[in-house]
Structures are given as structure tokens and as C-alpha cells.
Ligand binder design. Structure first.
Ligand SMILES: Cc1cc2nc3c(=O)[nH]c(=O)nc-3n(C[C@H](O)[C@H](O)[C@H](O)COP(=O)(O)O)c2cc1C
Length: 133
């Protein structure tokens, strides 16, 4: 059990900025996340397109699942939908980054919300390639 909780794990979800939440919340979220994730050995990518989020988190299963639990209770976003979670053989990212996706690509996140598993991962790879890191 202990060893499985220490294996590398990832979660990929999409969500929408809560109605009334200012876009400036994103900078606060990212600032906090950068420090908190570094402390917990979590790396990944948070993409924001002006309305919605897509976030991939990777680290030990224990740390990733507890981060996801906290994040899913955050009132600054709604319609949280986990589209993929599972073990990972190697990290996809070497640190935690925030990226902005052009607003005209807003459909990309909505489309991702409807996918799961391998298809969701593929859409995430395409999104990652389209944003500037
Ligand atoms: C879209 C979104 C992404 C977030 N990503 C992270 C994250 O990667 N790491 C993190 O620690 N908190 C993240 N947060 C913030 C958490 O929801 C929560 O506010 C924070 O972990 C609380 O930390 P504290 O209990 O130390 O105050 C995110 C919040 C939102 C709305």
C-alpha cells in the first residue's frame, strides 16, 4: 500500500472560473500553487483561457490526490471534471507552470471536458503544444 502511494501519478481535470471570480484570482492561484507544489514535489501545468482551466498535476499518488482534493473544494472554480487520472512512468514537466491559451481557443477546453482517458491525454498534449511555455 505504501509503495503504491509513492508511485508517480497524474491527474488531469478541467474547470471553469466561478461566476463573479475576478480573472486576477488566477495570478494568486498560480503564485500559491507554485510554492505549495514545489514543497510537495508536485509538477505540472495549469492552462487558463480567460474562462476555463485545464490542469495536469503529477507527483506521488498521495500528494497528487490530496492536492486534487483541496483544489476540488476551491470556490474560485466550478464544473470541475477529472478527465484522466492514473500512474505515470516519467514526469511530463520539470516544474509547475502557468500558461495562457488564447481566448479564441476556448472551445478546446470545453471539448476536453467531454473526453476521458487516452483521448483526454491526447487533447492535453495538443493543448500543451499550442500554449507558450
Ligand atoms: C484552478 C485552480 C488550480 C489550483 N492549483 C493548485 C495547485 O496546483 N496547487 C495548490 O497547492 N493549490 C492549487 N490551487 C489552490 C487550492 O485550491 C487551495 O486554495 C490551496 O491549496 C489552499 O492551500 P492552503 O490550504 O495551504 O491555504 C488551485 C486552485 C484553483 C482554483
Amino acid at each position: 500500500m505504501t509503495s503504491s502511494l509513492n508511485t508517480l501519478y497524474e491527474v488531469l481535470y478541467v474547470s471553469v472560473l466561478a461566476p463573479g471570480a475576478p480573472v486576477s484570482a488566477v495570478a494568486e492561484i498560480a503564485g500559491h500553487a507554485r510554492a505549495a507544489n514545489a514543497q510537495r514535489g508536485i509538477t505540472g501545468l495549469l492552462v487558463f483561457d480567460g474562462n476555463g482551466f485545464c490542469q495536469q498535476l503529477e507527483g506521488t499518488q498521495k500528494n497528487v490526490l490530496s492536492a486534487m482534493e483541496r483544489i476540488s473544494q476551491d470556490a474560485r472554480h466550478v464544473q470541475i471534471s477529472v478527465v484522466h487520472h492514473g500512474p505515470l512512468t516519467a514526469r511530463r514537466f520539470s516544474d509547475f507552470s502557468l500558461a495562457f491559451s488564447p481566448a479564441e481557443d476556448a472551445d478546446t477546453l470545453a471539448a476536453l471536458a467531454l473526453l476521458d482517458g487516452e483521448a483526454a491525454l491526447q487533447a492535453f498534449h495538443a493543448l500543451r503544444a499550442s500554449v507558450l511555455l
